[in-house]
Design a protein around this ligand. Structure first.
Ligand SMILES: Cc1cc2nc3c(=O)[nH]c(=O)nc-3n(C[C@H](O)[C@H](O)[C@H](O)COP(=O)(O)OP(=O)(O)OC[C@H]3O[C@@H](n4cnc5c(N)ncnc54)[C@H](O)[C@@H]3O)c2cc1C
Ligand code: FES
Length: 339
């Protein structure tokens, strides 16, 4: 028997199947609530359980309780919640495809770019900035942001940074050959361009560049000359594995600026030194009319949010981020729960 989830202070209510998470039930009912990792790690989906009880990975929790992660909380009876925001949304339908590895580029020793081709005649609808879920044979999944613009809708481009010993990014990718099949489910994610025309600051570390690449190529294809400044940082030059391409964009697109940064530069680096959020704040001390998109290292995403809201006058609603937290290790997720 399904349970009812009511949203406090509103007339919103929707059903939740047994074993379903609050986030999944809300989406199934056509409501968008904030989320990023969907693994209980990043805290983006946190809200209040006003009334009732939920199960969070085998642990019973009774309301009222704050900081409940709706992506891993399963109602145990009727409940009332207060999410940080909830709105009706025409979410693109999610689809699952068996995609063929068309090409693998290796622009750096620890980065593989997977070009996947969807079955003939199949198209995918997504927004630039969203991510795909790779479904692994053992039932686990890993999240990777789409790096291709949505106009290129018969392909999926993923930038995978090697985590030493990682099941997918290291062991699977090392043995991956062209012609292999990967199962992908998409689209996921709330990081996406809207239709406003305010200026944008983008912050990336490492493969956090992938979703921002999709957004930039989307803006260029739609000839939307929104001012955008990308700050892309890494510790070594190889972390900026597509810097040449981005330099060319900055020469070609008058609305686009690029600042590459290294935190630990080696010999011969003549660019900026430091962290992306500090460089962006130095260039734009007042971000009140901006939107900020930040993707990549979880520490950067967290520090940038704190700094830009506190020191840059950025409204919280204008900060959009995907922290690339481990998306396949429930033990790590549990460790971080409630922190
Ligand atoms: C919304 C979202 C989008 C993402 N997009 C991308 C993307 O575009 N490109 C990309 O390269 N990655 C991305 N990630 C991270 C990616 O989903 C995987 O978590 C990562 O590739 C590791 O997977 P794995 O199977 O190789 O390692 P696993 O087998 O899952 O992990 C092996 C070990 O390494 C640890 N670990 C895993 N990831 C990290 C890490 N980042 N840093 C330190 N230790 C780690 C784990 O805790 C575990 O102990 C994204 C994550 C999220 C949540
Ligand atoms: S979306 Fe729930 S913790 Fe990340």
């Amino acid at each position: 028997m399904s349970h009812e989830i009511r949203v406090a202070g509103s007339d919103i209510a929707f059903p939740c199947d047994p074993g379903e998470t609050i986030l999944d039930a809300a989406e199934r009912a056509g409501y968008a609530v904030p989320y990023s990792c969907r693994k209980g790690v990043c805290a983006t989906c946190e809200g209040t359980l006003a009334r009732g009880a939920v199960d969070v990975r085998g642990v019973a929790l009774r309301g009222p309780a704050d900081h409940v992660r709706f992506c891993v909380a399963k109602p145990d009876g009727d409940i009332e919640i207060a999410p940080s925001s909830i709105e009706r949304d025409a979410l693109p339908a999610r689809k699952t495809f068996d995609a063929v590895v068309n090409r693998i580029d290796r622009p750096a020793a620890d980065v593989a770019i997977l070009h996947l081709r969807l079955p003939i005649g199949r198209r995918v609808i997504f927004r630039a900035g969203q991510y795909a879920r790779l479904l692994l044979p053992d039932g686990a999944s890993r999240n990777y942001s789409m790096a291709n613009p949505p106009q290129n809708n018969s392909a999926v481009e993923l930038h995978v940074r090697k985590v030493p010993g990682g099941v997918f990014s290291d062991r699977t990718v090392a043995g991956l050959t062209e012609g292999a099949t990967l199962t992908v489910e998409l689209p996921y994610g709330r990081v996406a361009l809207d239709e406003s025309d305010c200026p944008i600051v983008m912050l990336a570390t490492g493969t956090g560049f992938a979703p921002l690449k999709a957004m930039l190529e989307d803006l260029a294809r739609r000839r939307l000359a929104r001012p955008v400044h990308l700050f892309w940082g890494g510790s070594a030059r190889t972390d900026l594995y597509h810097a040449d391409l981005v330099e060319r964009w900055s020469e070609r697109w008058p609305w686009f600026r690029f600042t590459p940064l290294l935190s630990h530069p080696q010999d011969g680096w003549s660019g900026e030194i430091g962290f992306v959020q500090e460089a962006a704040l130095a260039a734009y001390p007042d971000l009140s009319g901006f939107q900020v998109f930040a993707c990549g290292n979880p520490r950067m995403v967290e520090d940038a949010r704190a700094a830009m809201l506190a020191r840059g006058n950025l409204p919280a609603s204008a900060y959009h981020a995907d922290a690339f937290v481990p998306s396949g290790d429930p033990a790590a997720a549990e460790m971080d729960e409630g922190t």
